[in-house]
Ligand binder design. Sequence first.
Ligand code: 8YV
Length: 318
Amino acid sequence: MSIGEAMKPRILQAESLSPYFDSALEQAFEVHPLWRQGDPVGYLARNGHAIEGLATSAQVGAPSGLIEALPALKVISSRGIGFDKIDLDLARRRGIQVSGTPGVLTDCVADLAFGLLIDAARRISASDRFVRSGRWTAGSFPLTTHVSGKRLGIAGLGEIGRAVAKRAAGFSMEVRYTNRKPAEGVPFAFEPDLEELARWADFLVVAVPGGPSTRHLVSRVVLEALGPRGFLVNISRGTVVDQEALIRALADGVIAGAGLDVFDGEPDVPGELLRRDNVVLTPHVGSGTVETRKAMEDLVLANLTAFFRTGKVLTPAS
Ligand code: 8YV
């Protein structure tokens, strides 16, 4: 081992993010790839005491068991903006800095939200299946739902909610939103009650963070308020929607349709959703473009580098 290598901070890599990221991480740090270990518990017992940093993702996170196995841990750098799988309380108590990748994925996720909204209303995926299966020669596709000029309700006016609202302007949509508190400097009406927002809206886009405080926020009652001509779009976390209630609402015509990028229990998706034609399903790919993932991974690296140089990550979890 060279002197340079000996001085590299020791990073536990929870999962392989991309060949680009994996090799860039290896160049800058002494990497301990947990994802390569057949016996991760034994590996942590042998090596955990020396680990100073953790590279992870929103999907894999940093549960309490993992943090506890790393007594010298000082920094967690995660790819993503969701912290629902990271034990932030434990990290705070231990003085461990935690960073995510805000800003760089906003447009990408908002693009997908709008794609799902248009697909659910205009039934692009369903009509694609119609053409491919040869049904067109037997008759035309049923009429769908107009998008432009409709009412868009946004639950959660953070970075992504605002980017969705910005796109809605191009479709001449009226926007209202709900949030923990009214957002400053936005021209949209604040509606404190999600049920009322759903009653008003033609489309309801869910853009709140996941975790216990937002679990089943979109309940049966909210879906009933959205109504038989309303559409739900979820690009946040599956846990935010009562999935059983949503399945029933889609089957019974309580709402018109949905576009879902996230699921409770993903990657398992209930058969009741797979079989329905009035729901568009994507496999949690809100940030899943080459450009955005590269920007996110660069920020994961930059946060680790900044921490070991200056003692502070660049984009801390607030
Ligand atoms: C990705 C996400 O799925 O940012 C988040 O919280 O859920 C997404 O961007 C994630 O980063 C993949 O690791």
